[in-house]
Design a protein around this ligand. Structure first.
Ligand SMILES: [Zn+2]
Length: 112
């Protein structure tokens, strides 16, 4: 498998947070020398995925059915999968799920 998907999260508790209004997702992101295109992909809805890392295409796909906060969290989640592979750091799904929450909070506070 070239993809790493995550199950769609529940409703976004932080969507009313004013910080999330400042989120502007980049069109591309570079990890370990590889440039990934960030794509909003409606086909993830049918597959009940919030996001997917497609290493073969160099894409990180995000479901449109998420608030901005959750899109950021999903982007960080998929980026962590990419980092895990690029730098040969074997992170479990559970570890990535903890890191994505913590890093989302961290990134949002950097936007103040
Ligand atoms: Zn995952």
């Amino acid at each position: 498998m070239d993809t790493e998907g995550i199950i769609e999260p529940g409703s976004c508790a932080a969507s009313s947070n004013s910080l999330t209004n400042k989120i502007k997702l980049p069109e591309t992101i570079q990890i370990g020398g590889t440039v990934y295109q960030i794509i909003i992909d409606g086909t993830l809805i049918d597959r009940h995925l919030a996001g997917e890392l497609d290493e073969a295409k160099g894409q990180i796909k995000l479901s449109p059915e998420q608030c901005d906060h959750d899109k950021l969290c999903t982007l960080i989640h998929e980026a962590l999968h990419a980092i895990s592979r690029k730098y040969n750091i074997p992170l479990s799904e559970e570890q990535i799920e903890g890191l994505d929450d913590g890093l989302t909070q961290f990134v949002l506070q950097m936007m103040c």
